[in-house]
Design a protein around this ligand. Structure first.
Ligand SMILES: [Zn+2]
Length: 179
């Protein structure tokens, strides 16, 4: 007898996900040069078909599904983080969307976050865009600093992205979610 029937409960294991159109919430990205370069002449079609799933947990920021390539976005991050962080995170995730569309892996379970080829590529792309919008190395270093990487990993990631090591603010830039 199944455990659930012994306990007198039933659990529907197929949870629904609500997918929204990316362009309903994020407008004008098809005109960002880096994004145009990424998707080429298909840019409007790709973004037009892209879907977003919003979630309200107080951990995590953004991600890309390696099942169907849709974006996952924290509503707290979207509402509370500074504009450039959200903007660069979108640019970062679009790089992962391209990787997914190219049939390349997004996750490398055996590697540290900062060593995953998918992340190095996405962060390089993001740093380049950060420079284009006028961010300094110190600001970019702050952007790279997230709670789940160590100081040594931050230095490694910065080096790989060509960002001067310097001193990041003591706390992670995205600390605002941890209230
Ligand atoms: Zn990433």
């Amino acid at each position: 007898m199944a455990v659930e029937s012994k306990l007198g409960v039933r659990i529907e294991r197929a949870g629904p996900t609500h997918l929204r159109p990316f362009t309903r919430y994020f407008r004008g990205f098809e005109s960002v040069p880096a994004v145009r370069e990424l998707f080429g002449p298909r840019v409007s079609r790709v973004l037009g078909a892209l879907k977003v799933e919003f979630f309200s947990a107080r951990f995590g920021y953004m991600g890309t599904s390696d099942i169907d390539g849709h974006l996952l976005i924290s509503t707290h991050h979207l509402a509370d983080s500074d504009f450039r962080t959200v903007y660069l995170d979108i640019v970062h995730e679009l790089r992962h969307v391209k990787q997914f569309r190219d049939g390349r892996p997004l996750f490398y379970p055996k590697l540290s976050y900062v060593d995953a080829p998918s992340e190095i590529e996405a962060y390089r792309f993001t740093v380049k865009e950060g420079r284009r919008i006028g961010m300094t190395d110190a600001e970019l270093l702050d952007y790279l600093k997230v709670e789940w990487i160590s100081a040594a990993e931050l230095r490694r990631l910065a080096r790989r992205c060509g960002v001067a090591p310097g001193r990041a603010r003591r706390k992670a830039h995205r600390r605002r979610l941890r209230r």
